[in-house]
Write a protein that binds this ligand. Structure first.
Ligand SMILES: [Zn+2]
Length: 270
């Protein structure tokens, strides 16, 4: 049984208006997901429910009406202020909404109008949200990695890397981090990585397949090392902390989108 989404939608063969509407629709969907991302970025690390209570202004506690909650548009119309009390709405809210639109568009641009392209866009946004949360709180919420893993496995039914490679990627990704974490514990007597890293690498494995796992790890470790060398891990409280999830997110995005090209370039050097 072939679903509608199975066939690639050739936007080029559609009329200009149809094509523009599709891109507008995808960008708007991405902006809505980015808007929900704002809720996740604030509430997940604080262990709050992501559905209740409804969004409200931190200044006057007024509930945000639906017409004041339209991605990007509302923030512009309200000129960045609450309708009732004029408390400033931080610019990071519309920025993440624009980011969501950009993520979905990027996935579809890179891989075409396919399930694979849509899933790549969703992965990019999930990685962006994880990067923001881990950077600030040193937490990788399971809610995000489990949701991403489900998307990765589901998308593998309709495109690369295929279901078998996707499941193998999950096992390899999670397994490698588990092995490193326990090895580190044996040597240093404490855990260097947490369950969040294990789940995150498993999620990335479902998208890249097992062969992408070492590449993502290498890219993440390279970025983390650069960050440490440049003195970024020294924090005010004197405790060196490395938001490894943030670097894994960047590495995972680069490898999923351009892994084969990077590998071909690297091999061409020799
Ligand atoms: Zn207010």
């Amino acid at each position: 049984m072939k679903s509608v989404f199975c066939a690639q939608i050739q936007t080029a063969t559609l009329g200009g208006w149809w094509s523009a509407s599709l891109w507008f629709g995808a960008s708007f969907l991405g902006a809505c997901l980015g808007s929900f991302g704002n809720v996740l970025v604030y509430r997940l690390p604080r262990n709050m429910s992501v559905v209740r209570p409804r969004s409200h202004c931190p200044g006057c506690n007024a509930a945000v009406a639906w017409y004041d909650n339209i991605p990007l548009v509302s923030w512009l119309l309200l000129r960045g202020m609450c309708r009732s009390c004029r408390t400033a709405i931080p610019v990071r809210y519309p920025l993440l909404e624009a980011g969501g639109a950009a993520c979905l568009a990027a996935g579809l641009l890179r891989f075409g109008w396919t399930v694979h392209g849509l899933a790549a866009g969703v992965l990019l946004l999930v990685l962006l949200i994880i990067a923001l949360i881990d950077w600030e709180h040193m937490i990788i919420p399971h809610t995000l990695t489990v949701a991403g893993t489900v998307v990765g496995i589901a998308a593998s039914l309709q495109g690369p890397p295929g279901l078998r490679a996707s499941l193998l990627g999950l096992v390899c990704g999670a397994g490698v981090i588990l092995a490193v974490a326990y090895g580190y514990k044996l040597v240093r007597g404490r855990m260097g990585m947490g369950g969040g890293d294990v789940m995150m690498m498993g999620m990335l494995g479902t998208f890249t397949g097992p062969w992408g796992v070492p590449a993502v790890l290498f890219a993440g470790a390279l970025l983390g090392t650069l960050y440490t060398v440049l003195g970024g891990s020294r924090r005010d409280d004197g405790v060196a902390k490395l938001p490894f999830g943030t670097f894994l997110a960047v590495g995972g995005a680069v490898i999923h989108f351009y892994g084969p090209e990077i590998l071909a370039w690297y091999l061409s050097i020799f």
